[in-house]
Design a binder for this molecule. Structure first.
Ligand code: GLN
Length: 570
């Protein structure tokens, strides 16, 4: 196999082969699990792939790194509307990605880099930039071998960078679409070049069960898998997603159609507790199949596994339920707040609690269609999440005022932090016209403003503060206690900041900026001494919250919410 690879690499220049091998690439060192989807999208290909990675990591100590190939031509996910596409997830290095990367980070307990997220736009841009530099030496640049070659380059570069034992490659979309055909072709080539013992293809399909028939039907899945085989990819394992457990008959039908043994045709019906999924995958012995296909020996489990199992048990045995109010404007698209929901979901079990979300449409309050008291009276804590633009802002400010005055635990995230500053300026400092220049460009009291140094950067996304930034926490403050540290890092995604001109005035009236940038010029955290729990942060701590290490501010919020709920009932 290695000889074959070397031969291909040698031939690359001036031949029909176009396969670049990054420096330091050792064929066979990294194995590849390539996950594709069939029938319909949105059945949890990413969830499956991240949970499989999580299981292989926890039970066999394998170093797993994911790589998501997106079909769309946007360069990254930064300009996507959360209404259409769900949350934009931000990595430490500032890359704006799809929410799936959040699932990978949480399940793999690992921070990823921009090289784990590649869109078709990024592939095209790389090629056109190279072509303009004259890198293709007079050749016509073709879909095959150049685009597929470039896709394989992304794969192998990440293999070297991550030193992974296994790269979990997920191909966006479903097989049979024009959009992902280049990715599929590249994966076929990759498996050919690397050797079949180094690549494992998994297809996640869907078994329909039309209500009118009441019976499971496998035809759509069969056709989907056939589409995969028609591009030269033989799946090794088939995952059948379904609403209810699949029958033996369905497995047999799929198996005979796809050359995949029944033992490797595995059903997964919908489950509530996603953290249980890696354990279920182990029970179904998928690791055995994967290790066999990839010629890998079983390894030792990692210590984190014990903690993970405890967490799963606690989720099922939650003793109390607390209600968290979320005041935003995309409340009918829950995926736009997925990291917040996940942070709450994996933090609550540590307090034997489960979470119920009450969605509060801020615009309804703003327009006076719902009173703030009615909206907030039965919640145990309030979150005002990130957001952009004017709509709903006055409603959010009203909610924050209510939480502040009624001792309701409050967490303001990014835009929510900015709204808390505006609320305090207006109602406690008498700065009646306080606002953000994002909401009211001509406002006289711009307590939240666009930083002058950011104005210079042109283009969409270019002028945002993106990625992980340090903050220095004030000794003795609530946040400092929660983090148990004075220097921390959290991820950011915003343009506007607290205007320093107003900091003194706000602090004089009791607001404490308990976290600042190391230079002291950017306000990162605020809190209100004397209040049960009132914290705002310019960052998005939910992005770094993991099942095994929940975010300190979310822990603090849930603890305070429990206390608040007890007070209410006594
Ligand atoms: N719109 C605000 C800003 O750009 C907040 C952004 C956010 O909440 N992510 O600063």
């Amino acid at each position: 196999m290695q000889e074959k690879l070397k031969e291909i690499a040698k031939k690359t220049e001036g031949s029909e082969f176009y396969t670049s091998f990054p420096r330091g690439y050792k064929p066979g060192k990294t194995k590849y699990i390539i996950t594709t989807g069939s029938v319909i999208s949105g059945v949890g290909k990413g969830t499956f792939s991240s949970c499989l990675g999580s299981m292989l990591r926890m039970y066999h100590g394998l170093n797993i790194t994911p790589l998501k190939f997106e079909c769309y031509v946007n360069y990254d996910a930064g300009t996507l509307n959360p209404y259409r596409h769900g949350e934009v997830f931000v990595l430490d290095d500032g890359t704006e990605t799809d929410l799936d990367l959040g699932t990978y980070e949480r399940m793999l307990n690992k921070s990823l880099t921009k090289n784990s997220f590649v869109t078709m736009g990024r592939v095209f841009k790389t090629i056109i930039d190279k072509e303009r530099k004259g890198d293709y030496l007079g050749r016509d640049v073709e879909f095959i071998p150049h685009i597929t070659g470039e896709i394989k380059s992304f794969v192998r570069k990440l293999a070297v960078e991550s030193k992974a034992d296994i790269l979990m490659i997920e191909i966006g979309g479903t097989v049979g679409e024009i959009q992902n055909s280049l990715y599929l072709e590249a994966m076929r080539e990759l498996a050919y070049e690397e050797g079949r013992q180094n690549a494992c293809f998994i297809n996640v399909t869907y078994i329909l069960q039309p209500g009118s028939l009441g019976e499971q039907k496998s035809k759509a899945a069969q056709l989907g898998i056939k589409a995969l085989m028609s591009v030269g990819i033989q799946p090794d394992i088939i995952i059948c997603r379904s609403e209810k457990p699949i029958t033996e008959k369905i497995k047999e039908k799929i198996s005979i159609y796809s050359n995949v043994p029944v033992s490797r045709t595995i059903g997964f019906h919908d489950t509530r507790n996603i953290y249980k999924f890696p354990l279920t995958l182990k029970e179904k012995e998928i690791d055995k199949a994967v290790l066999e296909i990839l010629s890998l020996k079983p390894g030792k489990s990692v210590p984190e596994l014990k903690k993970w199992k405890e967490l799963v048990e606690k989720i099922d045995k939650a003793e109390k339920e607390i209600t968290i109010g979320m005041a935003g404007k995309y409340t009918n698209v829950h995926d736009s707040y997925i990291s917040i929901l996940k942070a709450l979901e994996h933090t609550a079990p540590y307090y034997n609690a489960s979470i119920k979300i009450k969605w509060i449409e801020a615009e309804e309050i703003e327009k006076g269609r719902v009173s703030v008291k009615d909206a907030l009276k039965d919640i145990d804590a309030l979150i005002v999440p990130g957001g952009f633009g004017k709509r709903g802002t006055e409603g959010k400010i009203e909610c924050i005022k209510y939480a502040r005055e009624n001792n309701v635990p409050f967490l303001g995230l990014c835009f929510g932090f900015q709204m808390a500053v505006i609320e305090y300026a207006r109602n406690m400092c008498g700065i009646k016209e306080a606002n953000s220049t994002e909401v009211e460009p001509e406002c006289k009291e711009n307590v939240i403003d666009f930083l002058p140094e950011q104005k210079k950067i042109e283009g969409l996304g270019g002028n945002m503060r993106l990625g992980s930034y340090p903050a220095v926490l004030k000794k003795g403050s609530l946040v400092c206690g929660l983090y148990n540290n004075e220097k921390i890092d959290e991820r950011h995604r915003h343009r506007y900041e607290v205007n320093n001109k107003y900091v003194e005035q706000l602090e004089k009236k009791g607001l404490v900026f308990s976290g600042r940038s190391p230079k002291g010029n950017l306000m990162e955290f605020l809190e209100l001494p004397g209040h049960r729990f009132f914290i705002g942060t310019q960052a998005h701590p939910c992005f770094k919250s993991r099942p095994s290490s929940p975010s300190p501010v979310f822990s603090g919020l849930i603890k305070a919410a429990l206390e608040h709920s007890q007070k209410k009932s006594t």
